[in-house]
Write a protein that binds this ligand. Structure first.
Ligand code: SAM
Length: 274
């Protein structure tokens, strides 16, 4: 329960189109004593577009732990403050979690000012089942770790949501095809709310071909959404993993996985590393 009079506002900012900064967000940013920002230059530009001038406090992944206590001291002294990230909702694959945790632990009121979030905006136009989804954020940069993470997600039945950058989009789509099967339906949402906004749908194999065939489709910021495993697919993976575990008692992993995949109909790469 909060005990202070001051509030820490967690303010969502636009993911491309500046008109998406809500009137309430503008009002709050005008009212606070200072704004904690991931990149003070970037936020300074956003604020100046709206004619807002406020002291900015740098709060990013590398100093957040140390800064959190100083920010909480100001809140406890009665100053209301805001936290923003470069784009979208703070804490969602962005800094802010340690500050919010510290503020809550100190009894400070923490209040959301909701707005853009790339994952939610992307889901809203994907046309994939969205009652249940699993937000996975960024996949690991190293290909072995990325494949392992994807293999563990192969049997997940909710829609999978990933953030991806331009330099890894093709590799990630290829790895997703390997782990989930090339036929799995997926949607790529690129540059949402910006000039080159594009939403592509198809199987993972078709999407990879589209992205490889057109340099422009590898530019910008991406949300990749993959339909979850169907009951049938989930059952195949479960059976494949059961067979793999048994066969691997007597055979090398690659042979065991190949046989288990053939017998169960599950993608081979979904069978190890789970
Ligand atoms: N906190 C942000 C949010 O609420 O969406 C996400 C920050 S994360 C560091 C940045 C990633 O979000 C990008 O690499 C991209 O995957 C996704 N993203 C941000 N803006 C986007 C946009 N306009 N269109 C598509 N994806 C976007």
């Amino acid at each position: 329960m909060s005990t202070s009079v001051a509030t820490l506002y967690v303010v969502a900012t636009p993911i491309g189109n500046l008109a998406d900064l809500s009137p309430r967000a503008q009002e709050v940013l005008r009212s606070v004593a200072a704004i904690c920002a991931e990149d003070t230059r970037h936020t300074g530009q956003l604020l100046s577009h709206f004619g807002i001038s406020k002291p900015l406090v740098a709060l990013h992944d590398h100093n957040e732990e140390a800064m959190a206590q100083r920010v909480v001291s100001r809140l406890l002294a009665g100053e209301s403050l805001a936290v923003v990230s470069d784009a979208g909702t703070p804490l969602v694959s962005d800094p802010g979690f340690r500050l919010v945790r510290a503020a809550r632990a100190a009894g400070v009121k923490v209040s959301p000012i909701p707005g853009a979030c790339a994952a939610i905006a992307a889901l809203s136009v994907a046309g994939l089942p969205s009652d249940r989804f699993v937000f996975e954020g960024f996949l690991p940069a190293k290909s072995s770790a990325r494949r392992e993470r994807l293999q563990r997600l192969a049997g997940e039945t909710g829609t999978l949501v990933f953030y991806e950058s331009s330099h890894r989009i093709a590799e990630s789509l290829a790895d997703m095809g390997g782990a989930f099967g090339n036929e799995r339906p997926a949607v790529i949402a690129r540059e949402l709310t910006k000039l080159f906004e594009t939403v592509l749908d198809g199987t993972l194999e078709q999407l990879l071909a589209r992205v490889l065939a057109d340099d422009n489709q590898r530019k910008g910021e991406f949300v990749v959404m993959v339909q979850g495993a169907g009951d049938d697919e989930e059952a195949k993976i479960a059976e494949g993993r059961r067979l793999y575990t048994k066969l691997n008692e007597h055979l090398p992993p690659s042979t065991a996985a190949k046989l288990a995949a053939e017998l169960s109909g599950a993608p081979r790469k979904a069978l190890y590393g789970f």
